[in-house]
Design a protein. Structure first.
Lengths: 195, 175
């Protein structure tokens, strides 16, 4: 494969997170969670440590419940591939306040950098468009974070960005793994009580 | 079709409505058809059609994060599709309510429904979900209401299995 331009993942996520201070963020498991945590922990971040394939539909349920808040899903290509059907589910709802960002290194980074389907022929941008998410686009420059942030903050339609990142493994930055804690602090941030 | 709707199917809508459900995620089933139509016609409830049932587990968790109550509708064959996603519920203790129409247990024509139909209750219980079974139409509202309360007042994970016998025999021959 010819070398495609690739963005440094930590720098991209840090730039995006700085520009979307009001966003509610759900991350897919693995490196995207570490990237978001490394950019600065926030109560309005919900880090998945499992439930692979669940990040996008979780973001959908959250976006529908909180229509006045921007909701961002930040996940990886492997996690998005496992929940690819959920793009059709998102495409059927198209909440204006949902943005899905896929950090695509074309590999399963957590398990030994085996090539994923996005290295082997799948275009997630094409999949998303095919599912009715018209504002689906590829990003291959660090500055592309600004265009993603603009869409997040505008809440003007469901957006889907696939960011070509280098297949690097930056130092691990591990967020809390206690799901009950993550859930309750997230809800408290929204003024919601425990049950 | 309207004349064929059983009262328990309308009862389920009332339970969800009175219980403040804001999102109904589903993979369709004939047994849920009336409830889905009612939800689609209700501007206060968002209906979310899924490609696979496990998406609905995550949708329900996301809804709760955002302060809304959600329910997942599916048939028994969908339970198996959810198994790993159920870990999201126990890891974070998300409230969860599923209404499951059963196949493979009563006057079933299609033997391919048997395996997952027979495994549904065990699969859910193995993953930490409390299961209530209903076989009497008159009991549907009471049991579903109790399950809804357990989910959203006690934060429990609950499924109501609706027996195939309540749906009657499916007519397989078309003329």
């Amino acid at each position: 494969m010819s070398a495609k331009p690739a963005v440094e993942r930590r720098a991209f996520v840090a730039r995006l997170m700085r520009a979307i201070p009001d966003a509610l963020v759900v991350t897919g498991l693995g490196s995207p969670a570490y990237d978001v945590f490394a950019a600065g922990d926030r109560d309005a971040n919900f880090y998945l440590w499992g439930a692979m394939g669940g990040a996008a539909p979780m973001g959908l349920g959250l976006a529908l419940a909180q229509p006045r808040k921007p909701v961002v899903v930040i996940t990886g290509d492997g996690e998005m591939l496992m929940g690819m059907g959920s793009l059709a589910t998102v495409g059927a709802q198209r909440p204006g306040n949902l943005t899905i960002v896929v950090l695509d290194n074309g590999h399963y980074g957590e398990t030994g950098m085996q090539p994923s389907h996005t290295s082997l022929g799948t275009s997630l941008v094409a999949v998303a468009r095919g599912c009715g998410i018209e504002d689906a686009f590829a990003v291959d420059r660090l500055e592309g974070a600004d265009a993603v942030a603009q869409r997040v903050n505008a809440r003007g339609g469901t957006a889907f960005a696939v960011v070509t990142i280098a297949a690097e493994e930056p130092p691990r930055a591990l967020p809390a793994r206690d799901g009950v804690y993550l859930k309750n602090r997230f809800r408290a941030k929204l003024g919601l009580p425990p049950f | 079709m309207g004349s064929e709707v059983a009262q328990w199917q309308e009862d389920l809508y009332r339970v969800l409505k009175d219980g403040g459900i804001g999102q109904v995620a589903y993979v369709p089933d004939a047994g849920h058809a009336h409830l889905i139509r009612r939800v689609q016609a209700d501007p206060e409830i968002r209906d979310i059609v899924l490609t696979t049932e496990e998406e609905g587990v995550a949708v329900a968790a996301g809804a709760w994060l955002g302060g809304q109550r959600a329910v997942l509708l599916m048939q028994s064959s969908g339970v198996g599709n959810c198994v790993n996603m159920f870990s999201l519920l126990s890891s974070c203790r998300f409230p969860f309510l599923a209404l499951v129409t059963m196949r493979g247990e009563y006057a079933e024509f299609n033997p391919w429904q048997e395996a997952m139909g027979r495994g549904s209750q065990d699969a859910m219980e193995l993953m930490g979900i409390a299961v209530h079974r209903v076989s009497e139409p008159e009991a549907v509202a009471e049991v579903a209401g109790a399950a809804l309360d357990a989910a959203f007042l006690a934060g429990d994970r609950v499924a109501v299995l609706l027996s195939q016998s309540m749906l009657g025999r499916k007519k397989w021959e078309r003329r």
